[in-house]
Design a protein around this ligand. Structure first.
Ligand code: GDP
Length: 458
């Protein structure tokens, strides 16, 4: 279906236990039979059955290259849907390159980045959202990102989109038939029914589209900033979270210095710590700096951790910070809870809606509370992925928003009692916008762009 036969090294280009050379296309079996010889030299690998493994050697003409295992997977029961061969060779960079060269001498062409997955898509093995999930699985940086990508790979996004589309398609078809055959198919009272469907499908689309922000945070991490006055314990907190002492922590305000950017993974959730250098750089004894920092970062951060020294009274700087954080997703960390409290949880709770947690950065107490709090603030307390579908791709989000708009137009047309063929146009637009998510009616340019993000051999 896709023509020539491609080959690439599928594993990392560094010395490792094994390396895998992947071959896919109509000539795969022909090519492997040219380069493979079994131990006794008798085996005809070309006649091997699908899904079998063969021990032997790879030759480039008459030169023996490596000792290998060869896996035969005939189409359509393979990743790409085509005849596929994988050669497990020794994982040295040179060995892998030599085996690849032999395969290319035997007639394969070097694969472009993502070309195997592109073929899987073009051959209908996976839809576009699944193909994109493949990239995400490879790039997943934490457990939840991996889980959500795997669920997308299994087809969770595809399934949701399919359901919505089929319901829209039903109405497009109904209107068409009714207009064609008004004697038998009546449109009396139809618009109420349509309005109901549109409302339901819009809700589903909204939920999917809104899952994007959450999905993005799952994938890339929650952008988190630590604010608070000098000496409150920001640097100590950061160290506690990072789990090792990377910064200098001293009793004199403003002597912590270090330049680091950290991502902290708490129970599978990534916190991307913003400007940790700022926390660890010289912080003036000027209390005002805490306020400035809060002001500067509150806008960009998904989450603000506001560290308060509970052993000293609040002052006007704290008042200002509280004010700045008023409508933000912020958690007040009442630090130094090991000392005699001057500021209590109750005092703060009485005057702000922000959650207040008592912690001790020095004694490393309170991280569990913080983890629970973050989960409940960002992921509605539960990150199960059993039934929740997350959109993690901006391309999907855009298409969903477009479909939503089109359905809103349908609603407007219904409200304005427009003729039924008006509904069809916007229903069709919604249908097509959703189709783009799974790879229907997408242009070649877009397909190429998506697959170019892959690494070679995938
Ligand atoms: P920053 O200026 O906000 O980064 O504050 P630091 O992390 O440098 O901490 C200032 C001082 O408070 C240091 O002496 C820390 O050891 C101390 N400190 C930080 N957290 C705690 C805590 O939970 N309990 C106590 N008793 N001292 C703490």
């Amino acid at each position: 279906m896709t023509g020539d036969t491609i080959a690439a090294i599928a594993t990392a280009m560094s010395a490792s236990g094994i390396g895998i050379i992947r071959i896919s296309g109509d000539d795969s079996m022909e090519i492997i039979s040219k380069v493979y010889r079994s131990k006794g030299g008798k085996k005809k690998i070309k006649e091997a059955e699908s899904h079998t493994i063969h021990y032997g050697f790879i030759y480039d003409n008459d030169t023996m290259i490596d000792e290998v295992l060869v896996m035969i997977m005939k189409g359509p029961r393979s990743y790409t849907g085509e005849d596929t061969v994988e050669i497990d060779c020794h994982g040295g960079v040179l060995a892998m390159k030599k085996v690849l060269e032999a395969v290319i001498h035997a007639g394969a062409r070097p694969a472009e980045p993502g070309e195997f997955t592109k073929r899987a898509f073009l051959n209908g093995r996976i839809d576009l959202s699944q193909a994109e999930a493949v990239i995400d699985v490879i790039q997943a940086k934490n457990e939840y990102a991996l889980k959500s990508s795997l669920s997308q790979l299994k087809g969770s996004v595809l399934t949701s989109i399919k359901e919505i589309r089929s319901s829209i398609l039903y109405h497009i078809a109904y209107i068409e038939s009714a207009l064609d055959d008004p004697e038998h198919i009546s449109l009396d009272g139809y618009s109420e029914k349509l309005a109901q469907t549109v409302e339901e499908e819009k809700k589903k689309i909204r939920r999917l589209a809104d899952s994007f922000d959450e999905g993005k945070m799952i994938r890339e991490g929650i952008r988190t900033v630590i604010v608070g006055k000098p000496n409150a314990g920001k640097s100590s907190l950061l160290n506690y979270l990072v789990g090792e002492e990377k910064a200098i922590v001293t009793d004199i305000a403003g002597t912590t210095r270090d330049v680091l950017e950290e991502t902290i993974v708490l129970q599978g959730i990534s916190l991307r710590m913003m400007d940790t250098a700022g926390i660890r750089a010289t912080e003036d004894v000027v209390e005002k700096i805490g306020v400035e920092r809060a002001r500067a970062y509150a806008k960009d951060a998904d989450l603000v951790l506001y560290v308060v020294d509970s052993s000293i009274p609040l002052d006007e700087n704290d008042e200002e910070i509280l004010e700045i954080l008023r409508d933000k997703k912020a958690i007040i960390l009442l630090n130094k809870s090991d000392l005699t409290p001057v500021v209590t949880k109750e005092m703060l709770e009485a005057r702000t809606d922000m959650p207040v947690l008592a912690i001790s950065a020095r004694q490393e107490q309170g991280v569990e509370l913080l983890e629970e709090q973050i989960k409940s603030m960002f992921f509605a307390g539960e990150l199960s992925f059993n039934d929740e579908v997350y959109i993690t791709n901006v391309r999907h989000k855009t298409a969903l928003e477009e479909a939503y708009q089109s359905l809103t137009m349908v609603e407007n047309s219904i409200a304005m009692e427009m003729p039924e063929d008006f509904f069809s146009i916007d229903l069709m637009n919604a249908y097509e916008a959703l189709g783009r998510i799974v790879g229907e009616s997408v242009g070649e340019d877009l397909v190429n762009e998506i697959f170019s993000k892959f690494c070679t051999g995938k």
